[in-house]
Design a binder for this molecule. Structure first.
Ligand code: S3P
Length: 175
């Protein structure tokens, strides 16, 4: 069976669009963790944050990674905060190949400015918030490894690099 591919990275780095394109190219089933959790909870991520709180959302993300998705053959686009709680990055790494998308704060602001579905950016100064969160989360995303940069690059270009990394990792896992 093909290894799962987990796409991680800060929100707005393109995990969903790049994930869909890469999944198609690699013949993997695309799953978006936010979308999956929304379906299961019967409400939006925004409503989960408002009604149940961020801690409850992180519990749902952990459940999804531990037992809520198939063991192989999937590309999983992970919510931007999914690998933050202690142990989550190691857990995700134990399940398959991890690739981390990166972007600058300005790029992220530009990509997310028309969306109101991200509760963490629902503040007066979204760029300031993005900069602050990027700093806070920098270390964990560095530890994720397999960094792919997305600033000023097309979806096709980024997806091609993601696929290359996956194929290399899959080959070395088989050795
Ligand atoms: C979050 C990122 C979002 C979503 C939730 C929390 C975060 O995912 O899981 O709003 O803490 O960074 P995307 O990266 O898909 O926007």
């Amino acid at each position: 069976m093909k290894l799962n591919l987990y796409l991680v990275g800060f929100l707005g780095t393109g995990k969903s669009v790049v994930g869909r394109a890469s999944a198609q190219e690699l013949c993997l089933r695309f799953i978006d963790s936010d979308h999956f959790i929304e379906q299961r909870a019967g409400k939006s991520v925004r409503a989960i944050f408002e009604e149940d709180g961020v801690a409850a959302f992180r519990v749902m993300e952990r459940w999804f990674i531990e037992e809520g998705h198939p063991d192989g053959g999937c590309l999983i686009s992970c919510g931007g905060g999914l690998i933050l709680p202690p142990g989550m990055l190691d857990l995700v790494k134990s399940k398959g190949v991890v690739v981390c998308l990166h972007a600058k704060a300005e790029t992220i602001r530009e990509r997310t400015k028309d969306s109101n579905s991200r509760p963490v950016l629902n503040v007066e100064d979204p760029l300031g918030r993005i900069t602050e969160l990027l700093e806070e989360r920098e270390e964990i995303f560095r530890q994720a490894g397999n960094a792919v940069h997305t600033d000023h690059r097309s979806i096709a270009e980024v997806a091609a690099q993601v696929c290359d990394v996956y194929r290399q990792e899959q080959r070395s896992a088989l050795k």
